[in-house]
Design a protein around this ligand. Structure first.
Ligand code: EPZ
Length: 416
């Protein structure tokens, strides 16, 4: 399937079960390399990024099986290999193998990571932190290499609370000699889940959920099972979307709202009435979007990954809005595509102004990254007539089946 065709929708009604989290499961898959044994991960999303991470683990002779949302990883016979550039460039999270491979084999050779083109996305903090842990690290012609006699615990302050660098460094530190203190770390839910998973493998970590992690190195970690949390960005996509069209929607699988409080607040500000009952979020709206000023930020602020969806939703407002992006330099790629549909959007540095009161026209638009692609599908709900989103492999990297989900709400949407 190369494209999605969606027709303007007047009302949304039904239930969606929210898939397991992509950004939680990928680092946990990398972490399985720290132990020897069989790990079972439940509620694993059936998405392309997970498949690529399985291939990378298989390059290291792990055995993986993904069936019916259950992922089994057997690391009993893993052995060292250099990881090919062709695979690592397909996935940003391939960089998360740096820490575990160094921890296990004291050397690493891996192609530079790929991922969505949403900014420069340097990895200097990952490399600087590993260098502070006694790794001799280098990068030449797109290949990263690292060597260490032993990983040494250290006291390191991250210059920015990078999610990926925090994940890499905490994984490396679990088996480093002595104590590692990581200051200024990210506090995203994905970090909390990873730390708790590492603790269940036998790691000694204090300060989980704060901006300082203290890790006491141990020599051996064991395999552990994990039940994945729901994907907060997929849930957030549908929560924001609910503001645009008169609806009654139930999101299932939301057993804990700690990780999405800010998204709930923004959805409520946009005009969605949200009530939580057991593991379900009931959402209702009259389809009148309230505009305003919004800002993305590091957790617990509003997530950058939902910025494109928020832009698409705010076009439906009668009021003008401004959104400020504080994490990535290039998160506005949706703008050109939405302009084709008739949106009036202007960018000034890291702010985008959305002129309200514009009616979108269906058009053929191009997905160029995961979240931008999902936001174009959301915009398609408003475009008069039909909207066709091409290049949908980007969307499939993170959304298990956005067509299935929206069909369940009565949307006329198809793969074409
Ligand atoms: C994670 O990316 C997520 N990916 C991203 O989601 C998410 O947008 C991002 O965190 C921010 O929340 C995964 O978890 C797989 P960062 P990551 O390192 O770890 C700068 C999605 O759509 N930085 O926190 O790559 C960087 O350039 C994806 O699911 C450095 O300068 O993000 C950026 O401006 C897209 N040097 C900022 O920090 C470094 O060494 C945040 O990046 C590392 C990062």
């Amino acid at each position: 399937m190369k494209a999605i065709s969606i027709r303007k929708t007047e009302q949304l009604r039904g239930n969606i079960t929210i898939q397991g989290s992509k950004n939680t499961v990928l680092p946990i898959m990398a972490a399985t390399l720290l132990g020897s044994g069989i790990s079972v991960i439940y509620n694993c999303p059936m998405i392309e990024d997970v498949v690529i991470m399985c291939k990378l683990l298989e390059c290291l002779h792990a055995k993986t099986k993904l069936e019916n949302h259950v992922l089994t990883i057997d690391t009993r016979e893993v052995s060292y290999e250099a990881l090919p550039y062709e695979l690592t460039t397909k996935l940003r999270s391939s960089v998360l193998l740096l820490g575990p491979i160094l921890a296990r084999w004291k050397k690493v050779q891996i192609g530079v990571p790929g991922g969505c083109a949403i900014g420069l996305r340097p990895i200097d903090i990952h490399l600087d932190g590993l260098a502070r842990m006694n790794v001799d690290i280098g990068c030449c012609d797109g290949i990263l290499t690292g060597d260490t006699s032993h990983l040494q615990g250290c006291d390191y302050h991250l210059r920015f609370a990078s999610v990926g660098a925090t994940e890499n460094l905490v994984m490396a530190a679990t088996v480093a000699s002595g104590r590692t203190i990581l200051r200024g770390v990210a506090k995203e839910p994905e970090i909390i889940e990873l730390c708790n998973y590492l603790i269940s493998m036998g790691a000694l970590i204090e300060g989980v959920g704060t901006d300082t992690l203290i890790i006491k190195g141990t020599s051996v970690l064991g395999a552990a099972d994990y039940c994945n949390v729901y994907d907060r960005i997929v849930a957030g996509t549908y929560m924001l979307m609910a503001a645009m069209v008169p609806c009654e929607i139930c999101l299932l699988g939301i057993d804990d709202i700690r990780y999405i409080k800010n998204i709930i607040n923004v959805a409520a500000e946009l005009g969605v009435n949200i009530v939580r009952r057991d593991n379900c979020l009931k959402m209702q709206s009259v389809g009148k979007v309230h505009g305003g000023f919004f800002r993305t930020g590091i957790f617990p602020e509003f997530p950058t990954d939902l910025l494109p969806v928020l832009i698409a939703v705010l076009i439906q407002s009668e009021e003008d809005s401004v959104i400020e992006e504080t994490i990535f330099e290039n998160r506005f790629s949706i703008i050109g595509e939405l302009r084709k549909m008739g949106a009036s959007l202007t960018v000034d540095d890291n702010r985008v102004s959305v002129q309200g009161g514009k009616h979108l026209q269906g058009h053929t638009v191009l997905a160029t990254d995961l979240r931008q692609g999902a936001a174009l599908v959301v915009a398609g709900l408003l475009g008069k007539g039909y909207t066709t989103i091409t290049n949908i492999s980007y969307i499939q990297r993170g959304y298990e089946d956005i067509v299935r989900d929206l069909k369940a709400l009565g949307v006329s949407i198809e793969y074409v």
